[in-house]
Design a protein. Structure first.
Length: 243
């Protein structure tokens, strides 16, 4: 039976390692996708800013061409003034010129507004691009590290599973279901040392007769309180025997 305790101990250790590897197998892809999503969101923000700039630039050039057209028409009208014979016609054309000039001055004001917006946007784009560039290189490096670590874990996982299968084969088939049951209940802790009629897993007393049985280890004995499989360490066993 002591041999079986050793197998249980080995199995418990393998399962602990397997569950750690499983945590990492899940954790690293999560870590990687968090970084990738953050990079994507920064890239999207930058793209939005660039689209906004494109729209503003289009508005700006529309205003510029409207202003140029108006200037052209003012120039033509001013030339026409010299050819006009009647005072009434002269006044009408003069009025039209004044109105076009007023319109153009409004358009120029809007143009200045658009230019200012573009200038501010340019600053923001430069800032965000620089931030993205440094974030990108930092994150790519981290992602690379995580991917390497993930590969290492994958490489370690399969042999560990095989090791478990082999170890399970050396375990008494009747003990396996018990092992799995206690495993689930106790978060991976299967065994507890019994010492001085106390379970060191939960610190509850063990009945004297049961403790004697644990000393001789003729069968698997579970702690009545925490259900862990009890065993005595060699040392305390011999102590108890001589006592
Ligand atoms: Zn216990």
């Amino acid at each position: 039976m002591r041999e079986q305790i050793l197998v249980l101990e080995a199995l418990q250790q393998i399962d602990l390692e397997l569950s750690e590897l499983e945590v990492h197998l899940k954790e690293y892809p999560d870590k990687i996708s968090i970084l990738e999503e953050e990079l994507k969101s920064s890239k999207d923000t930058l793209e939005e800013l660039n689209n906004k700039k494109e729209k503003l630039t289009k508005t700006k050039s529309e205003l510029e061409s409207e202003i140029a057209q108006n200037e052209e028409s003012i120039k033509k009208s001013e030339e026409k003034l010299f050819e006009i014979k009647t005072h009434k016609e002269y006044q009408a054309l003069q009025k039209e010129i004044t109105e076009t000039k007023r319109m153009n001055s409004d358009l120029e004001e809007s143009l200045l507004g658009e230019m200012e917006k573009i200038e501010n946007l340019d600053k923001e784009i430069t800032k965000k691009s620089e931030q993205l560039a440094s974030k990108d290189s930092e994150y790519q490096e981290k992602i690379g590290e995580y991917k390497l670590e993930l590969e290492e874990i994958k490489v370690a996982y399969e042999p560990k599973k095989e090791q478990k299968e082999q170890t399970v084969q050396t375990l008494d088939p009747e003990i396996l279901p018990l092992y799995e049951k206690i495993m689930k209940k106790n978060n991976g802790e299967i065994l507890a040392v019994a010492k001085n009629e106390v379970c060191t897993g939960c610190y509850m007393n063990i009945p004297a007769q049961m403790f004697n049985e644990i000393l001789t280890l003729t069968r698997i004995i579970q702690c009545p309180s925490c259900q862990k499989i009890l065993y005595c360490e060699e040392e305390s066993e011999s102590e108890a025997k001589t006592a």
